[in-house]
Design a protein around this ligand. Structure first.
Ligand SMILES: C[S@@+](CC[C@H](N)C(=O)[O-])C[C@H]1O[C@@H](n2cnc3c(N)ncnc32)[C@H](O)[C@@H]1O
Length: 252
């Protein structure tokens, strides 16, 4: 155990509560109660992974699109996935994730800086399991990001996002005589000027889908089956209240 490293880690607060090898836990900088957003997603991810892959992820590779400090990526590594690649636009998150991987012994993990609004599938490669948690609603091109997620996924994508109320309608399309069904919506959210915030998007213009729109899109970008994941009893209010949603999308 690297005592100096653990002291550096404990000297500050983190986005996640990491269990450290000396039995202590990092302090989370989120307001009390909000850290439930992580434990609820972890529970949903675990349940879905166990159903699809069984108790071990051995023999599977993984990528975490927007890995932040690596919490979910380390979890995949702990369950046997290897290698596990973490990607994030913020160099400071990649540095933190790399440091934390050293502390928690996530030797299968490595991380790199990339802007996922700009990245091509070839920059990322293909991976059996893809995570895209807490990213989609920070992007100005969410459909492009969903296509990217499909292109880099060999088996299963686990996606979680903030969502907005759903709406459908019949709309005029070129003339009142030509009508189309509007199948869903995105809400535009303004994060302009907040790009310095560690959890924000890097462009400031954010499009958040409705639950039904996201499910429709996941199928349209090429996932063979799509499953909405249910929050556990006592889960985080945003998941229970359908303000955030999580899906598993399978290639076959
Ligand atoms: C709300 S945090 C979610 C982190 C983690 N995936 C989770 O669910 O706990 C959003 C993350 O997306 C990253 N991010 C935002 N825009 C990005 C982009 N265009 N490309 C890559 N990462 C981005 C941020 O740096 C941050 O780590």
């Amino acid at each position: 155990m690297d005592k100096a490293l653990l002291e550096r880690i404990r000297a500050r607060k983190w986005f996640y509560q990491f269990d450290l090898p000396d039995g202590t836990r990092t302090e989370c900088y989120l307001p009390p109660g909000v850290e439930g957003v992580h434990t609820t997603r972890l529970a949903m991810l675990d349940e879905a992974l166990a159903r699809r892959f069984g108790p071990s992820l051995q023999g599977n590779t993984a990528v975490d699109l927007a890995c932040h400090e690596g919490y979910f990526a380390f979890h995949l590594a702990r369950r046997g996935a290897s290698p596990v690649l973490g990607l994030d636009a913020r160099p400071e998150h990649v540095a933190d994730a790399t440091m934390m991987a050293g502390a928690v012994g996530a030797t299968a993990f490595s991380a790199r800086v990339i802007d996922l609004e700009q990245a091509k599938a070839a920059d990322i490669g293909t991976h059996d399991i893809t995570l895209m948690l807490g990213l989609l609603y920070h992007l100005e091109n969410p459909v492009r990001a969903l296509r990217l997620a499909r292109a880099v996924t060999r088996k299963a994508l686990y996606l979680e996002t903030q969502v907005v109320p759903h709406m459908t309608a019949m709309v005029d399309w070129g003339s009142y005589a030509f009508q189309r069904r509007m199948v869903g919506v995105f809400g535009i959210v303004d994060e302009i000027g907040e790009e310095h915030a560690p959890e924000a998007g890097v462009g400031g213009i954010c499009l958040a889908p409705s639950i039904e729109s996201l499910e429709w899109l996941l199928r349209k970008v090429g996932f063979a089956s799509v499953e909405r994941l249910v929050p556990p009893a006592g889960g985080y209010e945003q998941h229970v209240g359908e303000k955030r949603a999580m899906f598993a999308a399978y290639v076959d």
